[in-house]
Design a protein around this ligand. Structure first.
Ligand code: 5RP
Length: 226
C-alpha cells in the first residue's frame, strides 16, 4: 500500500518538470519511483539532465536512461525531487535514513526549487517524533561527536549495515541520534553543523518549497509560506 502511495506522490512531482531543466535526483524508495518515471518520460522525448544525490541514484538513473550532468557543467539546479523521513507542518524535514543526507542537502541547496515526495506516514506534528537525526561525521571524530551529542540528550549509535559500520558515499560514518522531539529544528541544525567533525546532519530546515503527500484519499500539496 505504502509503496503504491510513494509512486503516486512521485508521479505527481513529474508535473513540475519542464523541457530543458536540470533536475536533482533524490535517494530512497520514493525518489527511485521518480527516477524511473522520469526515465519513461525521457524515452518519450522529455529533454532534461539529472544530478544524482547518491551512487545508488546515479546507477538507477543510468539504468533508466536519464541523462546525467554535474556541477561543473551546471552549477544551478532548476528543481530537485527527493523523499523524506519526517515532514513537519511547516515543511521542516528529517532526511538521511537512506544515508545520502550530505549530497541530498548539497543538491537541495543548489536548487531553485525542492519538491519532497512522501506518503502520509511521513507526516508528524513535531519533528523528531519518530526518526533519529542522522549525523554524518568524519570517522576520526566518532567518539568525540558521539559524546557531545549524548551530553545534549538521548543516545547516538553508529549506523550499521550487514553487521558492519555503514560507510556513506563520501567515505564517512553516520551517527543516528535518538534525540526525541526537536523544539527548534533550524537552531539545532546550525548547532550540529558548527560541531567540528560533523559533515552535516539530516535536519533540513527552510529548504523544501513543496511537499507532495499521497494518502489513500489522493494527492495533497503543502507549500512553504515565503
Ligand atoms: C535518503 C533519504 C530518503 O529520502 C528518505 O530516507 C526517505 O526514503 P524512502 O523514500 O525510502 O522512505 O533521505 O538519505
Amino acid at each position: 500500500m505504502s509503496d503504491a502511495l510513494k509512486r503516486e506522490a512521485a508521479i505527481a512531482a513529474l508535473g513540475e518538470v519542464r523541457n530543458g531543466m536540470i533536475v536533482g535526483l533524490g535517494t530512497g524508495s520514493t525518489a527511485s519511483h521518480f527516477i524511473r518515471e522520469l526515465g519513461a518520460r525521457v524515452r518519450k522525448g522529455l529533454d532534461i539532465a539529472g544530478i544524482p544525490t547518491s551512487e545508488a541514484s546515479r546507477r538507477l538513473a543510468e539504468e533508466c536512461g536519464v541523462p546525467l550532468t554535474d556541477f561543473s557543467a551546471h552549477p544551478a539546479i532548476d528543481i530537485t525531487v527527493d523523499g523524506a523521513d519526517e515532514v513537519s507542518p511547516n515543511l521542516e524535514l528529517i532526511k538521511g535514513l537512506g544515508g545520502a543526507l550530505v549530497r541530498e542537502k548539497l543538491v537541495a541547496s543548489a536548487s531553485a526549487r525542492l519538491v519532497i515526495v512522501v506518503d502520509d506516514t511521513k507526516l508528524v506534528e513535531r519533528l523528531g517524533s519518530r526518526a533519529p537525526i542522522p549525523v554524518e561525521i568524519v570517522p576520526f571524530a566518532v567518539d568525540v561527536v558521539r559524546n557531545r551529542l549524548q551530553k545534549m540528550g538521548g543516545e547516538a549509535r553508529v549506523r550499521e549495515k550487514d553487521g558492519q559500520p555503514f560507510i556513506s558515499d563520501n567515505g564517512n560514518l553516520v551517527l543516528d541520534w535518538m534525540h526525541g522531539v526537536i523544539a527548534q529544528p533550524a537552531a539545532l541544525e546550525q548547532k550540529l553543523k558548527a560541531m567540528t567533525g560533523v559533515v552535516d546532519c539530516g535536519i533540513f530546515a527552510g529548504l523544501a518549497n513543496r511537499v507532495i503527500v499521497a494518502d489513500p484519499g489522493g494527492i495533497r500539496k503543502m507549500d512553504r509560506r515565503s
